[in-house]
Ligand binder design. Structure first.
Ligand code: SF4
Length: 250
């Protein structure tokens, strides 16, 4: 979608927001994006210097903080090992040692090995791997050892630059507290919710995900800081927390 098309889409969504009695889920998803963008501004988030580094990062970040992933990536770079061919040649134990800071290093070394073995089929040409449509690419990635849904969607969005919404723990926590998603919603239900209500635009998916990560890290933490939250006015959990805090004061 062009930028003008996206502005038109947002204008229509806001019109719908204002005219629909009992805000629709569609309007609420747009409203969350608007409020986060107004507050935090564009995040310019691009996790890696190259598509292959992004893929490696997407595997290493499983159950790990990004700061530790950066240390592991730094080790791979210093060892001149951050390429598919170098990673295939590296003994498994050496690879595990290099990525030690990211945790679960033996399991992640095996996952990285599985990915670069798969890439050899395409002569290490990511462009050829990514040449297919999103559903086919996603199915193929999910068939590789160690690539789950979040990793597959991160690879599609950040490395391939194609629209596949990434759902992480921050997204689930925020949307459950907002009452927009249910407690038992699956990864697929979340992904369908975003993709069913937003235009298929990779830069929009990237920005929305980055804004949710910022909110989840800094404000909507396990113990939420609702008084600082730009979503407070539309969040039932935030209102409950404020009332409970006021009761404790009186
Ligand atoms: S108001 Fe509180 S619970 Fe709601 S999204 Fe913000 S920080 Fe999270």
């Amino acid at each position: 979608m062009t930028w003008d098309g996206w502005l038109y889409y947002l204008a229509m969504a806001r019109h719908k927001d204002a005219t629909t009695p009992g805000r629709s889920k569609y309007a609420r998803i747009i409203r969350v994006y608007d409020l986060l963008l107004e507050t935090f501004g564009p995040q310019h988030w691009w996790p890696g210097d190259s598509p292959f580094e992004m893929i490696t990062g997407a595997i290493l970040t499983q159950s790990a903080a990004w700061t530790n992933v950066e240390k592991a990536i730094g080790n791979l770079k210093r060892a001149s090992a951050l390429s598919p061919a170098a990673l295939r040649d590296l003994p498994l134990e050496e690879l595990a040692q290099l990525i030690y800071p990211s945790g679960y290093y033996n399991a992640k070394a095996a996952k990285i090995k599985a990915f670069v073995q798969h890439l050899a089929v395409y002569e290490d040409d990511l462009g050829r791997l990514f040449a297919t449509d999103v559903p086919s690419l996603r199915r193929e990635l999910l068939g590789i050892h160690g690539v789950g849904e979040e990793t597959a969607d991160s690879i599609i969005l950040y490395a391939a630059g194609k629209p596949s919404f990434v759902i992480d723990a921050y997204t689930r926590r925020i949307f459950r507290r907002l009452g927009i998603a249910g407690e038992a919603d699956t990864y697929g239900a979340y992904r369908s919710m975003f993709q069913g209500h937003l235009p298929a635009d990779p830069s929009l998916y990237n920005e929305y995900h980055a804004l949710l990560v910022k909110l989840g890290k800094e404000i909507c933490q396990p113990k939420p800081r609702c008084g600082l939250c730009p979503l407070h006015g539309i969040c039932p959990a935030g209102k409950e927390n404020t009332v409970a805090a006021a009761r404790m004061v009186h």
